[in-house]
Write a protein that binds this ligand. Structure first.
Ligand code: GLU
Length: 310
């Protein structure tokens, strides 16, 4: 696949970053950390910062959430470049990528239901390791439900700018994974790779919960013949009982008031400590300080803990 570039330009910028929220609800303190880190890393490098709405999983999206997220980004001084890309409008591109992998024989139809796979072994992340049931053909009488991509029994190595050199054996730790789901929707892994390539993304800065998705995405990039961006996975924020802040753990939306304090906390989670004279500053002043003092090497591995929202 040779992706059409979203940002054709006379000179190809050396840094294109992005923030890719799923509009399942408003941004919370945890998602702000990923937004701020990707924004600062891009702006400190003089690069572009794009926003992509990952509204792929229609049933999980909340009506109105995309608009709220864009409003929140503005309110926190996080101004993006160009048009927002909506994954819900990109099915043709995902279908073309799947077709290209099908032509290579890199995919196969799968008839397994969730309950049939329930007893399969799981990796330390709790994900099912696909046991290969349909890899060599559907069982007699079974109907195709999803499409999976074949993985290799070899290490996929990559360098994360925060976590260092990492590797994963996709066959042993993940198994052949879904690229088109049984409900007909394209899988996140495929969409993110197609869109990062389409948008010319050179640097991905996102939450550490996605660290172990990276080898799957590198595998798809190789099959599709698109470049692998540089990766950095920033710490998550947990609540007082150690759960990742999310809609499921009832994380509160970013507040309308006291935005400076919330921004200061996001910077602290990222290991960037504004000077005391910026105490009480607004998000724009804090971001401007952080842009000129951004050090990705100060970003810690450990998660931050959410303070009570002011
Ligand atoms: N949409 C994903 C999320 O909100 C992020 C995907 C990515 O940054 O690659 O968790």
């Amino acid at each position: 696949m040779r992706p059409a570039r979203h940002n054709p330009g006379v000179s190809s910028p050396s840094y294109i970053g992005r923030f890719a929220p799923s509009p399942t609800g408003p941004l919370h303190q945890g998602s702000l950390v990923a937004a701020v880190a990707s924004y600062l890393d891009a702006r400190a490098a003089g690069g572009q910062w794009l926003v992509r709405m990952e509204d792929l999983d229609r049933p999980r999206c909340e009506p109105g959430a995309a608009g709220i997220i864009l409003h929140q980004l503005h309110a926190y001084g996080l101004h993006w470049d160009g048009e927002v890309l909506y994954q819900s409008r990109r099915d043709d591109a995902y279908a073309a990528a799947l077709a290209s992998m099908q032509t290579q024989g890199a995919t196969f139809p799968c008839a397994c239901t969730r309950s049939q796979l329930a007893d399969a072994p799981r990796n330390p992340e709790g994900e099912i390791i696909y046991p290969g049931t349909c890899r060599n053909g559907l069982p007699p009488g079974a109907e195709a439900r999803a499409w999976r991509v074949r993985v290799l029994d070899a290490s996929t190595r990559f360098h994360d700018r925060i976590h260092g050199d990492l590797q994963q054996n996709l066959a042993r730790e993940i198994g052949d994974f879904v690229v088109k789901r049984a409900d007909g929707l394209f899988a996140y892994q495929l969409a993110v790779v197609v869109d990062d390539a389409f948008q010319g993304v050179t640097h991905v800065v996102r939450g550490a919960d996605l660290l172990w998705n990276t080898p799957r995405q590198i595998h798809l990039q190789t099959l599709l013949g698109v470049p692998t961006p540089r990766y950095a996975h920033v710490p998550l924020i947990t609540n007082a009982v150690g759960q990742k802040l999310s809609k499921q753990t009832l994380a509160p939306a970013l507040p309308e008031h006291g935005r400076g304090a919330v921004m200061a906390q996001a910077l602290a989670v990222l290991g960037q400590m504004p000077p005391v004279d910026l105490f009480g500053a607004d998000p724009v002043e804090l971001l401007e300080w952080a842009r000129t003092h951004w050090h990705i090497e100060y970003v810690p591995l450990r998660p931050g803990i959410a303070n009570v929202v002011p």
